[in-house]
Design a protein. Structure first.
Length: 231
């Protein structure tokens, strides 16, 4: 190999070594990661997506408000239902005033054999006077039943039943629903006025031994006597 040929090869190698080499990988990487400063990650969200997020927040807030109001609505519904049920119970359980001829006669005579126990004659108390009775009967049993009730307004009147001056039961408030008490068929039965709820203590008593109702009244501390005599 001559010297000229060697020089030619050396010159070619020198030229190749001076040729700049471009790193395409680096250039491509730089191009991929370069993002304009105005399009940061926070501002790059599309406008449509931002609107969707705002609408979703409103839907969630409305649903939360509905969930908060639901217990109040349920409670209000329960209160209304209880009020209606109470009114229905009160009006359905309160007997109406009997305005038949038999009831009118009972107010006049203060005695009735045709009316049932628990009959209501007046809406409010009226002083019809009070009196004692002697009841003669042919009842064969030693004991009999009586029923005591308020034939006018339920206003908190209290009475007590005594036999020959001794109480046979505690004092109780008379209502439209009769209270049943057992007493001797012979002797004196007293019904004593204990407390006046207003307008006078008006009461009725029915004796099983003769099937008769007596409409009466008893001032506080006083009583009516029913003398029971067997024939």
């Amino acid at each position: 190999m001559n010297n000229n040929f060697k020089k030619s090869i050396q010159n070619a190698m020198n030229k190749n070594s001076n040729t700049p080499i471009f790193d395409t990988t680096k250039t491509n990487n730089n191009q991929e990661v370069q993002i304009p400063s105005s399009q940061t990650e926070e501002n790059f969200m599309p406008q449509e997506e931002s609107n969707l997020d705002s609408g979703g927040a409103q839907v969630i807030q409305k649903q939360s408000d509905k969930n908060k109001d639901k217990p109040l609505k349920v409670f209000g519904g329960i209160c209304v239902a209880l009020f209606v049920a109470t009114m229905v119970f009160i009006f359905s359980s309160t007997p109406s005033v009997n305005t038949t001829d038999a009831a009118k006669n009972a107010l006049t005579d203060k005695v009735s054999t045709s009316l049932a126990a628990g009959t209501v004659l007046l809406r409010k108390d009226e002083n019809i006077g009070h009196q004692d009775y002697t009841i003669t009967h042919k009842y064969n049993q030693n004991d009999t039943k009586i029923w005591v009730w308020d034939y006018a307004a339920e206003d908190g009147d209290y009475v007590q039943v005594l036999v020959n001056g001794a109480p046979v039961a505690e004092a109780f408030m008379i209502k439209h629903k009769p209270v049943e008490i057992t007493v001797p068929a012979v002797g004196e039965v007293q019904i004593k006025g204990i407390r006046d709820g207003g307008g006078g203590i008006t009461y009725a008593v029915r004796y099983d031994l003769n099937g008769t109702n007596y409409f009466n009244s008893a001032p506080e501390g006083e009583f009516n006597t029913y003398t029971l005599i067997k024939e």
